[in-house]
Design a protein around this ligand. Structure first.
Ligand SMILES: NC(=O)c1ccc[n+]([C@@H]2O[C@H](COP(=O)([O-])OP(=O)(O)OC[C@H]3O[C@@H](n4cnc5c(N)ncnc54)[C@H](OP(=O)(O)O)[C@@H]3O)[C@@H](O)[C@H]2O)c1
Length: 302
């Protein structure tokens, strides 16, 4: 299959290129910055420069490449999750407008299938593990609600097109090389500095996914039935358990505790919500249709 991958130099883009090439696909990796073209070439793919926000340029690029499938892994996120608030507006513009250009251009050249990065950690499982039928947390406070509403729009765009098959990949929290949660990632630095307390009871449940497992499932989604898939691990775990285990894994001290009232005063409602309200999700459908067999999260080995 001929595939155009947008976001090719990102944390999931790189292992995805390797996976797609191993499976015999012809891969065209799109990046915005010319200095990233050699990264894509060294991985063995065709490298193309394109700014998703340049609508005419994206239409010309799709006309030139004429892929069978487009995979949208566009993001504009910061190196540290602690800087998310400042970067979310630009990220939303990229994914909604830039991704919208890509989607329109894909339709214009008769692309058969469109794979969309979505989110598996802002789902509302209603007290249980979330499924593919679970809604995103559109009413959540601050940036969580804003992001959830953005993912709703991305899923709607991908899944409601009459001419292109759509797949929405609801990834868990990425870990692995080049991610926030990896042992050299920004989150580990904050934890080592003692900057990440457990807030209240830390009841929120988190589902992670290694970027290599995300790449495997994404490649399998080229052939699977269209629709939503939760691509996440088998170990949904409450923050009160995984954060101390993570701290131990990165050689940091046991995280402090902060009560909810103090946390609300210091950082607002969103931090309390993030640590106490998120749902884990079930990967049953991805296991069945994408052959997902996720590795164990290294800080949750026992
Ligand atoms: N599910 C999750 O947990 C999740 C999901 C996404 C990201 N993240 C986290 O966010 C951090 C960064 O993620 P990432 O690897 O996706 O980001 P990244 O390394 O910044 O990659 C973003 C990709 O989008 C491309 N891009 C950005 N703006 C573009 C534009 N206007 N037009 C065309 N392409 C554009 C970039 O190209 P250039 O490199 O050329 O700029 C790059 O290929 C990581 O720590 C990751 O763990 C987490």
């Amino acid at each position: 299959m001929k595939i155009l991958l947008a976001g090719a130099s990102g944390a999931v883009g790189r292992p995805l290129i390797a996976r797609l090439l191993r499976e015999g696909h012809e891969v065209w990796g799109m990046v915005r910055r010319a200095e990233n073209l050699p990264v894509i070439q060294e991985l063995g793919a065709h490298a193309v420069e394109g700014d998703a926000l340049d609508r005419a340029g994206i239409f010309a690029l799709l006309e030139q490449v004429r892929p069978d499938v487009v995979i949208d892994q566009l993001t504009s996120l910061p190196a540290s999750p602690f800087e998310l608030a400042q970067r979310l507006p630009a990220d939303r513009v990229l994914r909604l407008e830039g991704g919208g250009n890509l989607h329109d251009a894909a339709r214009a050249v008769g692309v058969r299938r469109y794979l969309q990065q979505s989110c598996g950690f802002y789902l509302d499982g209603g007290g249980a593990l979330a499924t593919e039928e679970s809604p995103l947390r559109a009413g959540a406070p601050g940036g969580i609600g804003e992001s959830a509403r953005m993912y709703e729009a991305l899923e709607k765009r991908a899944l409601s097109d009459a001419d292109m098959e759509g797949v929405a990949l609801r990834y868990g929290f990425f870990y692995g090389p080049r991610t926030w949660y990896w042992s050299d990632g920004a989150f580990s630095l904050h934890v080592r500095k003692g900057e990440v307390p457990v807030i209240g009871a830390g009841r929120g449940t988190f589902s992670f996914i290694h970027v290599d497992d995300a790449a495997q499932a994404t490649a399998a989604a080229l052939h699977a039935p269209a629709g939503r898939y939760n691509v996440l691990d088998d170990q949904p775990t409450e923050l009160s358990r995984w954060l101390p285990a993570y701290a131990k894994w990165v050689g940091a001290a046991v995280p402090a505790h902060l009560d909810e009232a103090d946390a609300t005063r210091q950082m607002g409602q969103e931090g309390v919500y993030y640590q106490n309200s998120l749902s884990g999700a079930s990967n049953r459908k991805a296991r069945m249709f994408l052959g997902l067999t996720p590795g164990r999260v290294p800080w949750l080995q026992d």
